[in-house]
Design a protein around this ligand. Structure first.
Ligand SMILES: Nc1ncnc2c1ncn2[C@@H]1O[C@H](COP(=O)(O)OP(=O)(O)OP(=O)(O)O)[C@@H](O)[C@H]1O
Length: 485
């Protein structure tokens, strides 16, 4: 085709698309014999001139896959999208729009444009290693996966390699031995326990740095605590979270090393001592209640005004009153080559066995009620305890509340955490820190929770690793939820 005929064709095409409406562009539209398909900012509109299929508008977020093909009966564009059946459920549905065989090139081009817009900033056809914990939460993870999650992953043309975890800590071994080049993401259909194991398995590999920084680790709801899923996808509805995952953008996020005795554990979500740790670990007897167990357990402890005395040492990064000014700080993590090591990053502040650095603040907390340090905005449904958390700002968010502030104030902090409003309450001591040491005082036994897993009731130390983890998020470098502004 000569240049001049191509430009006159383009002009004709331009004319043909006039009247498609605001936001439509000739390059984004496709006229078929009986339909026009127009890609707009955040949706496609399918306008039918025949009555076989009615007009339809589908958001680009819900477009899972599309292809153009020729069969014995002629050409068709097949568009698979997630149809919203209720507020918490979407199922894949496929539309076929016929076209004449001579339009195949045009249809192919349109499909390519559609997919690149529907997957903007994300990878198409992700390669997923899926780990399902059959014992997660009330034991329904396998059913949830089969009924609500897998149909979305398959419809989005992902390749899926599913494995059920067979025993406690099995996911550590799987992550340790996984061919990380063969997958884009490890998807845990579980509570917080399986991602915790996966991060620690990746951390044990000789190539830990590359493994942790390159393969995305994601959680879809299959357990009782789904904080990671909430933080990255903004929902715990399995099919909706699965859509967010297949559309997810690679996002670095910070991980934390916790040392206790001779052990070094990676933490991706939180460390807690006091009331939250007790709710996580000390309310097993109320498990039958589902998530209500946390409310009941909380009220029982608040009523008693229980305190958990401790000595805390802190390497401070940002004081509470300065956090808003720094809230949007997202820093690129150092490049892999510049790191100078291939395994886990060396501990910058030493371990629990080392001397405490001189510039750390020493604090006595004889009335401590809740020591809560978090990496993500949301800890579980309706618990946005860390509204200032950013995926890779290189800081941990440390919140401390005394146990004797009064029952009403304690309840207010927890209620405020639904919307992040608790941040401004004077009872909430909230800072960004680089490292800390926690030493329990005057108690024989108690609970320390690392990502919901129990460790010994003994001193521990934690430090941040900027951008060491990788996950998939709805929006690049942002958590979903009531972000502090
Ligand atoms: N086949 C199995 N048999 C027994 N335990 C298992 C099995 N597979 C995984 N586990 C263990 O189940 C534990 C809980 O997992 P997970 O976090 O997915 O569920 P959960 O009920 O939400 O728990 P949590 O309340 O800790 O979030 C993990 O510590 C894991 O080691």
């Amino acid at each position: 085709m000569s240049t001049s005929s191509r430009s006159s064709d383009a002009a004709n095409e331009q004319d043909a698309f006039i009247g498609l409406g605001a936001g439509a562009h000739a390059d984004d539209a496709l006229l078929l014999d009986t339909h026009s398909l127009t890609i707009r900012e955040d949706s496609i509109t399918i306008t039918a001139s025949s009555s076989s299929i009615s007009d339809e508008k589908i958001t680009l977020h819900d477009i899972l896959w599309a292809r153009a093909y020729i069969s014995e009966t002629g050409g068709a564009i097949q568009i698979t999208h997630a149809k919203r059946l209720s507020k918490r459920l979407a199922r894949p549905t496929t539309l076929s729009i016929p076209f004449s065989e001579s339009d195949l090139d045009k249809a192919d081009g349109w499909v390519e444009r559609l997919l690149s817009r529907a997957y903007e900033g994300s990878h198409q056809a992700k390669r997923l290693k899926v780990l399902v914990n059959p014992h997660g939460g009330p034991g329904t993870a396998a059913k949830i996966y089969e009924n609500e999650i897998e149909p979305i992953l398959v419809a989005a043309n992902c390749s899926v390699d599913v494995e059920l975890t067979q025993y406690a800590k099995h996911a550590v071994k799987i992550a340790q031995e996984l061919d990380i080049e063969a997958y884009d993401a490890i998807v845990c259909i579980s509570g917080d326990g399986i991602p915790h194991e996966v991060f620690n398995g990746l951390g044990k590999r000789p190539d830990a740095l590359k493994a942790l920084r390159s393969i995305a680790v994601c959680q879809l709801p299959g357990g009782s605590g789904n904080g990671m899923c909430w933080s990255f996808t903004g929902t715990d509805a399995p099919s909706l979270a699965a859509i967010a995952l297949v559309k997810g953008k690679r996002t670095h996020f910070d991980l934390v090393s916790v040392t206790q005795g001779d052990e070094r554990i990676l933490s991706f979500l939180s460390q807690s001592v006091g009331i939250v740790a007790e709710l996580d670990l000390g309310t097993e007897n109320l498990r039958w209640m589902g998530s209500a167990r946390f409310t009941v357990g909380f009220l029982q402890r608040v009523a008693k005004e229980t305190v958990y005395p401790a000595k805390v040492y802190v390497k401070l990064a940002i004081e509470k009153e300065d956090i808003r000014r720094h809230a949007s700080t997202v820093r690129e993590p150092p490049s892999l080559d510049a790191a100078g090591h291939v395994g886990l990053p060396p501990l910058q502040y030493g371990s629990i066995k080392d001397e405490i650095p001189e510039d750390w603040l020493a604090e006595s907390h004889p009335k401590l009620g809740n020591f809560y340090c978090g990496n993500m905005i949301c800890m579980s449904k309706d618990l946005h305890f860390f509204p200032a958390a950013r995926p890779n700002d290189g800081h941990m968010d440390l919140a401390i509340v005394d146990g004797n502030v009064g029952r009403l104030k304690s309840v207010n902090v927890m209620l405020g955490a639904e919307t992040g409003k608790h941040f401004d309450l004077p009872e909430l001591n909230y800072r960004k820190v680089l490292a800390y040491r926690f030493i329990p005082k005057d108690q024989k036994d108690g609970y320390i929770s690392i990502d919901g897993e129990k460790i010994a009731f003994a001193p521990f130390q934690a430090e941040i690793h900027h951008g060491l983890g990788m996950s998939l998020s709805m929006r690049a470098n942002v958590y979903e939820g009531p972000i502090l502004s």
